[in-house]
Design a protein around this ligand. Sequence first.
Ligand SMILES: O=C(O)CCC(=O)C(=O)O
Length: 293
Amino acid sequence: MLSDTQINDFWRDGYLVAPDAVTPAQLDALRRDVAGWVEESRHHSAPFGPPTLDGRPRFDMGEEHSAAHPALRRINNPSDISAAYMEVVKSSAMTDMVADLVGPDLKFHHCKINLKLPGSNTEVGYHQDFAYTPHTNDDLVTCLLMLDDMTLDNGCLKVIPGSHKGPLYSLYDGERFTGAVAPAVERQFKPAEIAVTGRAGSVCFMHTCLLHGSDANRSDKSRGLYICVLSAADAFPLSKNVMANPNEGMILRGHPTRTARLVARDIELPIAYKQASFFAVQGQRSASAGGRA
Ligand SMILES: O=C(O)CCC(=O)C(=O)O
């Protein structure tokens, strides 16, 4: 699916954008489900179910959420509840392309939707995904499938090319798990950040150790990303999946293995946070029936 040049670009830069990662029919089905969930969120004033495997709310809204101006920002593991989202995990060009990067044996870890609706304040502090999902080796790819056109104005992803080859930065401030790198680290890298834009249906593949974040949506257009974390079959988790789901470890391409491949590296483990999404871990409160939560 991917050319040698694309594969080399991914390993050099730590990310790669590819168009047409799903068919137009698949994209329509994904977008239809999101539209329905946004409508449903208008009837809720706090994160709501159906719960995830570990009993947490599946849908999370920012504290600015209201029926008139929904700020649904996260759907945890939509493939648990939607055939359209499961189909893309199992049968899409997106998954075939990841097999070119870290396959041929490929498995599923978790998925989620990050949504930035117009008027919402959601932003993402810089972090490396591996610090949330440490494994025995780092052949993990975060696939960020664009459900909407992703532009400079609607809170596009920002990445630091090449940062996947550097150190892993702590997501702790002393004993507190902040879910984001220290402000000094973010300041250090900010000048090198690249904005990732693309048409709906495109995907950005990110190496799990790539530093990235994003700003709030300042436009009147929605920005949705369907984010799937896939790994080589011989990468085994070193911590509890904070995005617990019944499909963790599902083989998507190739064959399973019982042999874990290890890389020599010190890895700081994350906490098993209880909030409905990492946005709240990073300090952006969820909507709450009684006001702030
Ligand atoms: O939604 C975004 O802009 C970034 C996504 C992200 O950083 C993540 O989910 O790890």
